[in-house]
Design a protein around this ligand. Structure first.
Ligand SMILES: [Ca+2]
Length: 389
C-alpha cells in the first residue's frame, strides 16, 4: 500500500499539471528548482503557488535577453494606451481616489472606511415588497462609467424581484452613488455626497442560470442548490449619468490578461455582515457604514490545479476566481454580494479585477476565502454590452 501511494505521488510529481511554473511559463522556460542560481531568476508573480507540490522549490525563469525585453515593452505599450483611451473619462481619470493617502485594510474581517474612500462603490437598494415604497440596501455594485454599474447577476435579480404591481423590474431597484452610511443621508462639509439614481436597463450575463428579472422569484432567493455563482455578472444602465466629484468616481477596468501574475494583493469593500452568524444575520449585525479588507486574489488556474489534487470532482466555476483574506480570517456574507475587488494596475490606479460573488442566503461563516467574479475574463462581455446599440 505504501509503495502504491509512493508510486502515485511519484507519478503526480512528474505530471506537468502539478507544476504550474513549468506549464504556465512555457515560453519563458519556467522551472521549479531548489535554487535559481545558475539557471535564471525567481518569478515572484506566481507566488508560492508556482511550485505548489514541489515543496521548498522556487519558480525560476531564464533571464530575458535585452532584445527580448525591448520587444516585450514595445508590444505592451499600444495595448495599455488603447485601453486607457477607451476607459478615460472627460474630467476625472478612472481608479483614482480623492484621498489617495487613506490607510488601507487596517483590520481584517471588515474595517470601517471613511466617507468617499471608495468612490466607485455603490449601494443597490430594492423594495421590501411589491406594494411598499420603502427600500433597503440589498447588495453592491461598482461604477465603471457615469452611466454604467457592474454588479453580480444575483444582485441585479434579487434587488429587482419585488417589482411593483403593474411596474417593471427596473422600477423596483435604485443605485445610490456616493453612499457611505446606508441608514442616513450622508453629508460632508454641509454638502450631500450621495445621490439616488434610477435604472433604465438590467442586463444579466446570458449564461447565468436565470436571465429574466421578471422570472426571478422568492424561490430563487432561498434555493441554495442552484448554481448561482457561475457567470455571475450583470450591468445596470442608469437613467441619467452620475455626476463625478470627490465622492463619486469610476473604477478602471482591468486589462485583458497580458501578464502571468496569478496572485495579487487587492482590496474589497461592502456593507455586509462582518461577524459570524449561525442563522440569517439580524438587522443589528449589519454594518451601516462601508467596510473594507485586504485580500489575496488567486486566479482560477491555481484553484483548478489545487482541486485536481484535493477533490477531483470539484471544478472551478466559469468566470470565477478566488480570494482569501491576507492577515487573518475574514468574512464575506450575503449582503457583500456585488462589492468591489480592486487591485492596483500597472499605472498604480485601482482596477476592478473582481466582484464579490457570495449569492446565497445563509448564516455568515467566518472563512478564509470566497469566490470572486473574474472581471478580467468578462472584459469583452462588458465592452460588447456597453457598446451595443
Ligand atoms: Ca447614506
Amino acid at each position: 500500500m505504501m509503495l502504491f501511494v509512493a508510486v502515485i505521488i511519484g507519478l503526480s510529481s512528474s505530471a506537468s499539471a502539478q507544476n504550474l511554473c513549468e506549464s504556465y511559463l512555457v515560453g519563458q522556460q519556467g522551472k521549479c528548482l531548489k535554487s535559481c542560481s545558475g539557471y535564471g531568476e525567481p518569478n515572484n508573480d506566481l507566488g508560492p503557488y508556482g511550485c505548489l507540490f514541489n515543496f521548498g522549490n522556487t519558480c525560476c525563469v531564464k533571464k530575458r535577453e535585452t532584445t527580448t525585453t525591448t520587444t516585450t515593452t514595445t508590444t505592451k505599450r499600444p495595448i495599455t494606451t488603447t485601453l486607457s483611451t477607451t476607459a478615460l473619462p472627460v474630467e476625472i481619470p478612472c481608479g483614482v481616489r480623492s484621498n489617495p493617502n487613506a490607510e488601507l485594510g487596517r483590520i481584517l474581517g471588515g474595517f470601517q472606511t471613511s466617507p468617499c474612500d471608495w468612490p466607485w462603490q455603490v449601494s443597490i437598494r430594492g423594495k421590501t415588497s411589491p406594494t411598499s415604497t420603502e427600500t433597503v440596501p440589498y447588495c453592491s455594485g461598482i461604477l465603471i462609467d457615469n452611466l454604467w454599474v457592474v454588479t453580480t447577476a444575483y444582485c441585479a435579480l434579487v434587488s429587482s424581484f419585488q417589482a411593483p404591481t403593474g411596474g417593471t423590474s427596473t422600477d423596483s431597484l435604485s443605485v445610490v452613488v456616493g453612499e457611505y452610511n446606508t441608514d442616513v443621508p450622508d453629508i460632508v462639509s454641509n454638502n450631500p455626497i450621495e445621490t439616488t439614481l434610477k435604472v433604465s436597463n438590467i442586463i444579466i450575463h446570458e449564461n447565468y442560470y436565470k436571465t429574466d428579472p421578471a422570472l426571478f422569484t422568492i424561490n430563487d432567493v432561498f434555493n441554495n442548490t442552484l448554481d448561482k455563482e457561475s457567470y455571475n455578472i450583470a450591468l445596470l444602465k442608469l437613467q441619467r449619468p452620475a455626476t463625478f466629484g470627490k465622492c463619486v468616481r469610476k473604477v478602471c477596468l482591468p486589462s485583458v490578461q497580458t501578464t502571468c501574475s496569478l496572485t495579487k494583493t487587492c482590496m474589497i469593500a461592502g456593507w455586509g455582515v462582518n461577524k459570524k452568524t449561525e442563522f440569517l444575520p439580524l438587522d443589528e449585525d449589519v454594518p451601516r457604514t462601508l467596510q473594507e479588507a485586504e485580500v489575496e486574489l488567486i486566479k482560477s488556474e491555481v484553484m483548478q490545479l489545487f482541486n485536481t489534487f484535493v477533490d477531483t470532482t470539484t471544478t472551478v466555476k466559469p468566470l470565477t476566481n478566488y480570494a482569501r483574506f491576507t492577515k487573518s480570517a475574514g468574512n464575506t456574507c450575503t449582503n457583500d454580494n456585488g462589492g468591489m475587488v480592486v487591485c492596483r494596475n500597472s499605472e498604480g490606479r485601482w482596477a476592478l479585477d473582481g466582484i464579490i460573488n457570495v449569492p446565497y442566503v445563509r448564516g455568515c461563516d467566518v472563512s478564509n476565502g470566497f469566490l470572486v467574479t473574474d472581471v478580467s475574463a468578462a472584459y469583452n462581455w462588458i465592452q460588447d454590452t456597453i457598446n451595443s446599440p
